[in-house]
Ligand binder design. Structure first.
Ligand SMILES: [Cu+2]
Length: 175
């Protein structure tokens, strides 16, 4: 009888722990800067059980689709045309693109759509990156950034889907 009671207690403790893990989720955010370094939006990220859920909201961009990627260095220097953010997270030769049979790269994301009023908003989820560890940890020592490109990413052309220049940048920082 005593043994049964103990077993119940153990099972209860195990079933509660995932709930605690969720409320303790690691979060991060990024202030998005335009090509001149002025603030135009914000991104928030949260570690989910199997990947990272991201939410972005921007304004003052040209209407239409814009390529959006995670770049592998946490620096947004407008004077460099945001080249300071370096290449995509997990960059591999010929590996760019969500529609590429040899891809995608962990930094690849769907395009962000900007409306006629210049505002854009999206939610995206990736199982290829993490906020907690591994090869594609967005919060690693080197940091990481969101880069919004001038044009749409066709998800298959190399090396960046024909997305053109870098028009916005945001350093991802742990909350
Ligand atoms: Cu990019």
């Amino acid at each position: 009888m005593k043994r049964t009671a103990l077993a119940v207690v153990v099972i209860t403790a195990l079933s509660i722990s995932p709930v605690f893990a969720q409320t303790d989720s690691i979060k991060a955010s990024a202030i998005i800067l335009d090509a001149d370094g002025a603030e135009i939006g914000k991104a928030s990220l949260i570690q989910a059980p199997t990947g990272v859920l991201m939410h972005l909201k921007v304004s003052s961009l040209s209407p239409g689709k814009h390529g959006l990627h995670l770049h592998g260095h946490g620096e947004c220097d407008a004077k460099t045309g945001y080249k300071s953010a370096k290449g995509h997270v997990g960059k591999s030769d010929g590996g760019h693109g969500l529609l590429n049979p040899d891809g995608p790269e962990p930094g690849d994301l769907p395009n962000i759509f900007v409306g006629a009023d210049g505002t854009g908003e999206m939610e995206a989820f990736s199982t290829m990156v993490s906020l907690t560890g591994g090869d594609n940890n967005l919060l690693d020592e080197d940091g990481s950034t969101f880069i919004i490109h001038e044009n749409a990413d066709d998800h298959v052309s190399q090396p960046i889907g024909g997305a053109g220049g870098r028009v916005a940048c945001g350093v991802i920082e742990k909350d």
